[in-house]
Design a protein around this ligand. Structure first.
Ligand code: WQD
Length: 324
């Protein structure tokens, strides 16, 4: 049977679709192609272009297909933009998801994997060397994180009301590429920002070097997008066989890398000298955000396999393909 992947033409979605195909699982993609790119998908993958705001297209699709489950990845994900346009983010991320859940309930589709984010935690009020577990209090600090938390609440309610089996995967800092043509083409996060600076012959900025961390720069948990895609496979497999439940699960590596360490790895991989400019702290940046990944290991038997070197080198290969 077929799984519906919303946002399947996006950076993360296309990795999920590709891994599903490699493991013999049939997928169908819905994507409004606002940030997704249709050529990321092999020609045999069926793609329908519409927004989840469009309830009648959703209804029609569920009437035509008997979906085994849904992986819901489609969303707007730029934190800065969400601060400027909170209503737009609510409409796109929350109302779109409500539409999807309504149609799933009507067609009795009960297997669901929701793409959530570590942004639900906000700035956890814990010492900077402690890991973030799923029981850490959720307190988002921007509209993007608020939409993800609201979607988690909707997911839990959906499970309670319909008997659905639902996992929310809380992604930490996703980067890298499974294949060069599947890379992240946007310049919103640290690694592509640094590649872009190097391409322009400029030096990257480090936002603050006076944090209480190993070297004063912020620490994040960078997880390879290929490992993340595998976590989706494991979550899909799990929900199918489970009893009704709702569970958020962190997806990270359990290890932190500081901005300085990421820059050192980028320098090593690209062979370019990096002499960063120290800029003031960026508002809303916690010193350290590293996942406790024990639940993913316990429930999904999932562990990350790739480290910072693989993340940076695969991201660099993808960057060179799309920016030359
Ligand atoms: C990483 C680190 C910066 C740029 C964001 C979202 C989060 C999630 C992942 C989707 C930070 C530092 C960055 C630069 C720097 N998104 N930095 N110089 O903020 O950890 O997480 O993406 O779910 O919700 O908030 O990622 O890549 O922006 O920054 O020093 O030019 O790099 O301060 O410590 P972030 P990021």
């Amino acid at each position: 049977m077929t799984w519906l992947i919303t946002g399947g033409a996006g950076y993360i979605g296309a990795h999920v679709v590709s891994q599903a195909a490699n493991s013999g699982l049939k997928t169908f993609v819905v994507d409004d192609l606002s940030t997704g790119i249709s050529t990321r998908l092999k020609s045999e993958i069926e793609l329908r272009k519409f927004s989840l705001q469009d309830t009648s297209s959703l209804q029609a699709l569920f009437q035509e297909h008997d979906f085994e489950g849904v992986v819901h990845i489609a969303a707007k994900k730029r934190v800065g933009e969400s601060v400027e346009r909170p209503d737009y983010y609510w409409q796109e991320n929350v109302v779109g998801y409500q539409n999807l859940l309504g149609v799933m309930a009507k067609h009795d589709v009960k297997n669901l994997v929701f793409s959530s984010s570590a942004a639900v935690y906000g700035e956890p009020n814990e010492s900077s060397d402690s890991l973030i577990s799923e029981s850490t209090m959720c307190s988002p600090i921007n509209p993007y994180g608020e939409t993800k938390l609201e979607c988690e609440r909707l997911s839990e309610a959906f499970s309670g009301e319909t008997g659905a089996k639902v996992i929310s995967l809380r992604y930490f800092n996703v980067a890298g590429a499974g294949r060069p043509d599947l890379g992240d083409q946007y310049i919103f996060n640290l690694i592509p920002i640094v590649f872009d600076a190097l391409d322009r012959g400029q030096q990257p900025q480090v936002f603050g070097n006076d944090y209480e961390t190993i070297d004063g720069t912020c620490v994040r948990d960078y997880v390879h997008v290929q490992d993340l895609a595998k976590a989706h496979m494991d979550a899909m497999e799990h929900v199918v066989t489970a009893q009704p439940f709702y569970l958020p699960i962190n997806i990270g590596t359990g290890y932190g890398a500081s901005v300085a360490q990421v820059l050192a790895m980028i320098s090593e991989v690209t062979g370019q000298k990096i002499d960063p400019i120290v800029a003031p702290r960026r508002q809303g940046d916690p010193a350290s955000l590293v996942a406790d990944v024990s639940r993913a290991a316990e429930i999904l038997n999932w562990n990350s396999e790739q480290g910072l070197r693989e993340i940076v080198s695969s991201a660099w290969d993808a960057w060179q393909l799309s920016h030359k």
